[in-house]
Write a protein that binds this ligand. Structure first.
Ligand code: 6PG
Length: 266
């Protein structure tokens, strides 16, 4: 006899199944986190067939800076940089020389220190008109990244998490930008009103692997809210990151993971 489950239970079960696709790893410090990420990249890049490229979209903010420095310092000779094409999941609408630029941060902490061919780095031109650039960049990504389910499928997308639950540059209250059919959108920081260009959920959730890099006690409440599905967690952009046919990895440190550590140990 078929058991008919009430809709709320079915929805809860579905979300739990989706959750099983995510893995949560908590590290003692950012060096250990960086080493784990490096090993993941090394393995995945090694599996890329000859003549093809490993595509990665970088996140911005302060967390990746340390991770990128570690990749350059300790894994420079272990990563096959000539097989990587680098893009961004979001960029501030500033010049590439600006200290606000995610491109500048990655250039100084990583690209200036490893042998990645300059022609394989595709920055978002934050200095240009945001609407035109979001459209131009969507074309660039579509041109370089293999298509699956009508959408470019990144091998790897790095994301950060804001204390307000934003990710990339999709902020709370703007899930319309996450759920759009576009691949890149023009967003705005809710406090500074700074224009941003950001990947949408359609692009993010089509990736093979999506990894959140989140460190620091200031993020622990938000981590618990999202992972333990508390309160209005479903309204948070970061909660909407659920790769359709890919893997979601949360890479935390003891501080950001302090409220979920009991469940996930390490
Ligand atoms: C950006 C980001 C943004 C960032 C989070 C976390 O351009 O700022 O892409 O989403 O990842 O705000 O930033 P921190 O790592 O600095 O906490």
């Amino acid at each position: 006899m078929a058991v008919s489950l009430q809709k709320p239970i079915r929805r809860w079960l579905l979300l739990r199944i989706i959750d099983m696709e995510k893995s949560i790893k908590i590290f003692g410090n950012i060096d250990e986190l960086s080493a784990f990420l490096a090993r993941q990249l090394i393995i995945q890049i090694q599996n890329i067939p000859e003549g093809q490229f490993f595509s990665i979209a970088l996140s911005g903010g302060s967390t990746p800076r340390v991770v990128f420095q570690q990749l350059a310092l300790k894994f420079r000779n272990q990563i096959d940089w000539k097989k990587i094409k680098v893009f961004w999941g979001d960029e501030r609408c500033v010049a590439p020389e600006s200290d606000e630029s995610n491109y500048k941060m990655a250039k100084e902490s990583l690209f200036d220190r490893v042998p990645i061919p300059a022609g394989q780095i595709f920055r978002i031109k934050g200095e240009d008109n945001p609407v035109f650039e979001s459209e131009r960049y969507e074309k660039v990504v579509t041109q370089h990244i293999p298509i699956q389910n009508t959408v470019p499928r990144f091998d790897f997308i790095l994301l950060g998490l804001g204390e307000d639950g934003h990710t990339a540059s999709i902020f709370p209250g703007r899930l319309d930008l996450f759920n759009t059919d576009k691949l890149f959108v023009v967003a705005e920081h809710p406090v500074t009103k700074q224009k941003r260009i950001s990947a949408s959920g359609r692009l993010i959730n089509n990736a093979r692997t999506v990894a959140f890099l989140v460190t620091g006690e200031s993020k622990s409440m938000m981590i618990s809210k999202i992972i333990d599905q508390k309160g209005d967690w479903e309204k948070l952009p970061a909660s909407m990151v659920r790769p359709k046919s890919g893997e979601l990895i949360w890479l935390l440190d003891d501080n950001s993971g302090s409220r979920v550590k009991a469940q996930f140990g390490t």
